[in-house]
Design a protein. Structure first.
Length: 552
């Protein structure tokens, strides 16, 4: 907390709040009378009383507060997930507490999402990154609303109304499937169409929250309370370039992208000086994305139409879309990215490039270095030290490529090691080649045999790890495993492997045309900290035992 007792009663204080966090957005609340919001991202807005305000990463808001005659104002910033809060106190005396922000009910949120007809899982990595098809992706992965109404009832660009407890509230723009041919046929020179779509409210589009099956949890995430004191629209005579960017990614491998293509696999977005660039940001993930454009202020299209506010950062809530537009009055290359640090470093970024020569002062700072930073290798490892065996697993991976090394040694003299290279073709599907070595005689290390292997690996629905392979002796093998967290620190795991030999290369025993080998294990893990766990397991090669698992 911070104390500022030096202010006098009746004094007006201008607070500038900047979210400088790496990955946390906040709810801002004030004690006492509602403050007056006067600026967003350093740009003046029409003053408005606004107490509970969402501030995304990199956003800036200015408030005017009046120090009360009795008591001190609490300004509180609460982490969006309810994990913590920080406060500043202005004035002297009894505390005028800020509004409490309840911890989100994750179970209720999941239940609401389950009531939506949603197709989740838009790819963070496409099979063919050279084929950029944003409209097809939007149509395939947008929200499928089972509301018993025509899809076009909800204006794709607007903010229709909905009724809550008898009161009419603005409903956020939802990410619904759209007819790509209709979108591509829009007149790009008509600047008013977006402003009018944001203002017009069709009375027939009013509906009860119950019909919306969970969309009410996003009602507070919009910018309709921000209005520019002056018109910000552009002349109809200025040409417009339309860009659709679907925000994609997932937490499985921390790959984040736009249109299923990370920064390292795409070209620059080419724009021209003297034209308007209109970008539709369509969020196909269940995370918020604060999108920041360097070197420009852009219009955030909202219900205020011609008076839509100017900002440099805009938050795009889950499964919703936001439209921004800006006039091209710069030159060179400008970075556009999600301001959640690990999203940016995972590839959710683009370079917006004018049709002008690059600034010669940047000769020693090639764009390729910036791109490389979003595709660098990350390495980690796991070591299990148990009473019956010791195992080591090492991984080094970037967006598409991954190297794996594993070794298992049983104290009963059973041994296996493997090195593989994987190439990710899709989020959860990859091909691999490598070499495997193990003892051929049970409980005997005198004969170690190495084989070349190749196959596919797939992280399947219901979170199974599937391994299908064949070795240079033409022996096919299938392996499947899964870990299941039962409690916050306790999980169970299992793995099953079946290898077949049809005698195509090896000489089998007399009167046999088929041989097989089975490996399986199961166990439980209790997490002590982020680096250490207690484990107990049984493996049909090594037996039963327990020990310590170390992550590094």
């Amino acid at each position: 907390t911070q104390e500022y007792p030096g202010f006098n009663p009746g004094e007006k204080v201008r607070l500038r709040i900047i979210n400088g966090a790496a990955s946390t957005s906040f709810w801002m609340t004030f004690g006492g009378d509602d403050p007056t919001l006067v600026s967003a991202d350093g740009q003046d807005v029409v003053p408005v009383k606004h107490n509970k305000t969402f501030i995304a990463i990199a956003e800036t808001y200015d408030f005017i507060v009046i120090i009360p005659k009795n008591g001190k104002i609490e300004f509180r910033a609460t982490a969006q997930d309810g994990s913590g809060a920080t406060s500043a106190f202005l004035g002297k005396g009894e505390v005028l507490p800020a509004q409490d922000i309840p911890i989100p009910d994750k179970i209720e949120m999941m239940q609401k999402m389950a009531r939506m007809d949603m197709r989740m899982g838009a790819p963070a990595l496409k099979f063919h990154p050279q084929k950029d098809e944003p409209y097809r992706m939007k149509e395939a992965w947008g929200m499928q609303m089972a509301m018993g109404m025509e899809k076009d009832t909800l204006k794709d660009m607007g903010h229709p109304k909905m009724e809550i407890d008898g009161k009419t509230k603005d409903m956020p723009t939802m990410n619904m499937p759209t007819n790509s041919s209709k979108e591509s046929g829009m007149n790009p020179s008509n600047h008013e169409m977006h402003d009018m779509a944001a203002i017009e409210m069709d009375k027939d589009s009013k509906m009860k929250v119950g019909d919306m099956s969970g969309m009410d949890m996003y009602l507070e995430y919009n910018y309709d309370y921000l209005k520019s004191p002056e018109k910000t629209n552009f002349a109809d005579s200025i040409p417009v370039k339309e860009v659709l960017l679907n925000l994609t990614g997932n937490m499985q491998r921390y790959i984040w992208s736009m249109n299923g293509i990370p920064l390292s696999e795409t070209d620059n977005i080419k724009i021209k000086e003297g034209e308007v660039t209109r970008i539709t940001l369509n969020n196909l993930t269940m995370m918020h994305h604060p999108m920041h454009l360097h070197g420009h202020f852009f219009r955030v299209i909202n219900k205020n139409g011609d008076y839509s506010p100017l900002k440099h950062t805009v938050n795009v809530p889950p499964m919703q879309q936001v439209i921004i537009e800006f006039y091209g009055n710069e030159y060179g290359d400008w970075f556009f990215h999600c301001h959640i640090l690990y999203h940016m470093m995972g590839g959710m970024a683009r370079v917006i490039s004018y049709d002008t020569p690059r600034d010669p002062k940047l000769k020693g700072y090639p764009v390729s270095k910036l791109v490389h930073e979003t595709n660098q290798y990350y390495s980690w490892g796991l070591a299990d030290v148990s009473s019956q065996f010791t195992a080591v697993n090492l991984v080094s991976s970037n967006i598409r490529n991954q190297f794996n090394f594993s070794a298992e040694y049983g104290y009963n003299k059973n041994f296996e090691t493997e090195f593989t290279y994987e190439r990710y073709l899709y989020d959860y599907f990859r091909v691999f080649v490598g070499i495997n070595a193990e003892n051929t005689l049970k409980n005997n290390l005198d004969d170690i045999k190495a084989t070349a292997v190749a196959g596919i690996r797939w992280f399947t629905p219901y979170m199974f790890n599937l391994d299908l392979r064949i070795d240079n002796e033409l022996r096919p093998r299938i392996g499947i495993g899964r870990a299941l967290m039962l409690f916050s620190r306790f999980s169970v795991f299992g793995y099953y492997e079946y290898q077949m030999d049809f005698g195509w290369i090896n000489n089998l025993e007399a009167n046999t045309s088929f041989a097989h080998e089975t490996v399986w294990n199961a166990g439980a893990e209790y997490m002590l900290s982020k680096n250490f766990s207690l484990i107990a397991s049984y493996d049909n090669r090594f037996g039963a035992g327990g020990g310590l698992s170390i992550r590094f």
